[in-house]
Design a protein around this ligand. Structure first.
Ligand SMILES: Nc1ncnc2c1ncn2[C@@H]1O[C@H](COP(=O)(O)OP(=O)(O)OP(=O)(O)O)[C@@H](O)[C@H]1O
Ligand SMILES: [Mg+2]
Length: 504
């Protein structure tokens, strides 16, 4: 008797259908085939104990379990439950075909309790795409699965309860669904940042176009404070983005316990001692790194030149492609990494600015410090601004009239809408050929940029960067054309280049 149960295998954060075929015939063997890893191979100990302890008979026959397709790697303990159900159906202790419209996944403990598994969100999305009626998961994963609408979720605590539910003898009580999408709220707000008009303006432009930004300033000038508030002015994630980002956390088993989709842009702030694998992802069982955890949000690298050069170099490809590709002997895995890079640094290793009175030693130290940032990496940072300290008088003044994040966010959202309707993507994602098409300058504006470039020693490389920023500034003003004043503003956001030129 052959029974077929449907399951899922994770490849990266995507799920693929797996058929779990159980064949019971004469003999006395337990065979598991179809590229299972060790955790899957060991499953029969758990399965047989769980079945016995719940009063089911173990067929004293040959049990062959085939996980198909065979070329897809099956990892982890989540096949316990579908295999156990398959054995019960194939041995006719349960009605064959009872679970045929469901994807079944879960780990069994020896007494038949169901333990949570990773990647349930992705599996539920797959179940819906496949047109299945529902998905069976351990109770602890049920809220995560319920984030996907329009599909039945059966979350069970143990094997017995699940079977009774399917036999119609006992209903599993479903906890009321929690509201998924909440209005944006955060305890951080730009209203707390006094002054810093130039920095705030540049940050607004960066957020509007999704541009990467570098904040340069002395210690205590408020760089970290500004950076941490950037997610508060980014638009909430779209439904597609919410699922994409939550899927990454679900894959790592780090689903947020408040049972919500990640609805606001994530903010990741790894320390500068981070390894390249932890930053971009990798490992023998490839795992997403910080850049994928920041997918659709912000990756904040504070004290940028303190990061190891190798770590910064591996960032280049994912920043360019919006995804990271990890190759392993077992195959290639992609993790998405569409993010806004925000970096901060001091202008010199000593903290303050380099001046004419600085010693020769400090000149060399500064040169060395800045040389850690390779040109190709800096080429991907469209805006570079200086953040100057706000005076104590200003900080302690009682008069406060700072704009809050919500009102900045409205402008950002409006500018993004303009970009999406013009080119179906935000300005930061424009390719070179698209820059020529969408960031076109008229004769007069172009000659202004040319003259300014000669006077200010702007490199040819910065040209397209300035064009992109000008486009975003024009979008913030809802201007169809890029005008001279937009270019004039964009030219100002290249502080690091100026700093480097000063030192050479
Ligand atoms: N413009 C400002 N408005 C309100 N508070 C400020 C402002 N600038 C600085 N502060 C105060 O100074 C503190 C230090 O700022 P922050 O940590 O952001 O500086 P930083 O530039 O990141 O410094 P470092 O280079 O040492 O990391 C803030 O937590 C805040 O309390
Ligand atoms: Mg800081």
């Amino acid at each position: 008797m052959i029974e077929k149960i449907t399951g899922c295998a994770l490849e990266g954060i995507e799920s693929h259908k797996v058929d779990i075929e159980v064949n019971i015939s004469r003999g006395a063997k337990f065979l598991l085939v179809g590229l299972p890893d060790n955790a899957v191979k060991e499953s029969h100990f758990r399965i047989l104990a769980a079945l016995k302890n719940n009063g089911y008979k173990i067929p004293v026959k040959e049990i062959i379990i085939n996980l198909a397709p065979a070329d897809l790697k099956k990892e982890g303990s989540s096949y316990d439950l579908p295999i156990a159900i398959g054995i019960l159906c194939a041995s006719e202790q349960l009605k064959p075909g009872l679970f045929k419209d469901f994807i079944v996944m879960g780990e069994l403990s020896l007494d038949g309790k169901l333990r949570p598994v990773k990647g349930v969100l992705s599996m539920t999305i797959k179940a819906k795409q496949m047109g299945m009626k529902g998905i069976v998961v351990p109770q602890e994963n049920a809220n995560e699965a319920r984030l996907v609408k329009g599909i039945k979720i059966v979350g069970a605590c143990n094997l017995k309860e699940l079977i009774q539910h399917f036999q119609g003898t006992k209903e599993i009580l479903i906890k009321k669904e929690t509201e998924v999408i909440k209005p944006f709220n955060s305890y951080l707000d730009f209203v707390d940042v006094i002054g810093q008009q130039i920095a705030k303006r540049a940050i607004e432009i960066a957020a509007a176009g999704g541009h990467n930004i570098l904040l340069i300033g002395p210690p205590g000038s408020g760089k970290s404070m500004l950076a941490k508030r950037i997610p508060t002015i980014l638009p909430n994630l779209t439904e597609k983005e919410m699922l994409e980002t939550t899927k990454i956390y679900s894959y790592l088993g780090r689903f947020n316990q408040k049972n919500k989709l990640i609805y606001k842009p994530p903010f990741r702030n790894p320390h500068h001692t981070i390894s390249d694998v932890a930053l971009v992802g990798g490992g023998s069982h490839p795992k997403p790194g910080e850049i994928s955890l920041a997918h659709n949000g912000v990756l904040f690298l504070d004290e940028l030149p303190e990061f190891k050069r190798k770590v910064l170099e591996v960032l280049r490809q994912p920043l360019e492609d919006g995804q990271v590709t990890i190759s392993r002997a077992s195959g290639t895995v992609n993790f998405p990494s569409n993010l806004m890079l925000v970096a901060a640094m001091n202008p010199t290793p000593d903290g303050g600015y380099f001046s004419a009175s600085s010693t020769r030693q400090s000149y060399h130290r500064t040169q060395q410090y800045l040389s850690k940032l390779s040109q190709p990496l800096l080429d991907r940072i469209d805006l570079q601004i200086e953040v100057e300290s706000v005076s104590i008088d200003r900080l302690t003044s009682l008069k406060r009239e700072e704009e809050n994040s919500e009102s900045i966010r409205k402008r950002v959202q409006k500018a993004r809408k303009v970009q999406i309707s013009r080119q179906s993507k935000i300005n930061a994602q424009l390719e070179n050929n698209e820059i020529n098409k969408y960031c076109n300058l008229n004769e007069e504006t172009l000659s202004f940029l040319r003259n300014a470039s000669l006077k200010l020693n702007i490199s040819a490389r910065s040209f397209s960067r300035i064009k992109k920023i000008s486009r975003t500034i024009a979008d913030l003003f809802a201007s169809k054309n890029i005008e001279i004043e937009h270019v004039a503003e964009a030219i100002q956001y290249r502080s690091l280049e100026r700093l480097k030129q000063f030192l050479n």
